[in-house]
Ligand binder design. Structure first.
Ligand code: SF4
Length: 227
């Protein structure tokens, strides 16, 4: 595992649980609004890679105090030893949350088959036609969505809305992609360090616009919230 970051305690990243977080290096997408360019477009700093054993030892020591491990990135499904790593975490009786962009649906399938992830969080980047425009296999995305919804596990889908990249009406196409889902989160773009350095405050939606997005998505999903 190329673990490029480790946060020991978080109350925000696994609903109602105390979690540690690992950030894996590398991604198969290049979202301009990505806040982790050091994990995506910048070269991997080998000497900054955190040993898997260090993470596992910490989790063992904090047994009873940490409920879960969140595995995020980058795109964690790119890690060739992700599954053995998750199995080691599960052997410590911890919950595992996996964040993914859903592109590698075959890995999503394998993990669901092994029943080793307790909470899935998948980004729905755009409506289907944008995926096509950006040459991302929409069938893989659709399969990942369906498998996660049918997995019997807790899950959420979420979209970071970026003005200039998304329109308010895009929420229709996104809603169609996740029709019937249990939990959907609308995330506003926030200015910060991003892959595309030209993005700034003007790329955030207003509260009123986020409410309009929520109104559009509401008929498609069981629960939607602005985060
Ligand atoms: S936002 Fe996620 S999927 Fe997009 S480039 Fe960053 S890590 Fe990859």
């Amino acid at each position: 595992m190329l673990i490029a970051g480790f946060e020991k305690n978080s109350l925000l990243d696994y609903p109602s649980k105390i979690a540690s977080i690992v950030f894996t290096y590398g991604c198969n997408l290049r979202c301009g609004y990505c806040h982790n360019p050091e994990l995506v477009t910048e070269p991997c700093k080998k000497d900054a890679i955190i040993a898997e054993d260090m993470v596992l030892t910490y989790l063992k020591k904090r047994k009873g105090l940490i409920d879960a491990l969140v595995i995020t990135g980058g795109e964690p499904t790119l890690q060739s030893d992700l599954i053995p790593f998750i199995k080691k975490v599960k052997s410590l009786n911890l919950l595992v949350k996996l964040d993914t962009n859903g592109v590698l649906d075959s890995i999503v399938k394998e993990i669901i088959g092994l029943d080793i992830v307790d909470y899935w969080a998948m980004d729905i980047k755009y409506p289907q036609e944008y995926y096509e425009e950006y040459d991302i296999d929409t069938k893989s995305i659709r399969r990942s969505i369906d498998m996660i919804m049918d997995s019997g596990k807790d899950y959420e889908f979420r979209t970071t809305y970026v003005k200039g990249l998304h329109t308010i009406e895009d929420a229709n196409g996104i809603g169609e992609m996740i029709t019937g889902c249990k939990n959907y989160y609308i995330q506003n773009f926030r200015k910060g360090k991003t892959i595309d350095p030209t993005l700034d405050r003007s790329n955030s939606f207003t509260e009123g616009e986020l409410e309009a997005i929520k109104k559009i998505v509401t008929p498609y999903v069981d629960r939607v919230a602005i985060r």
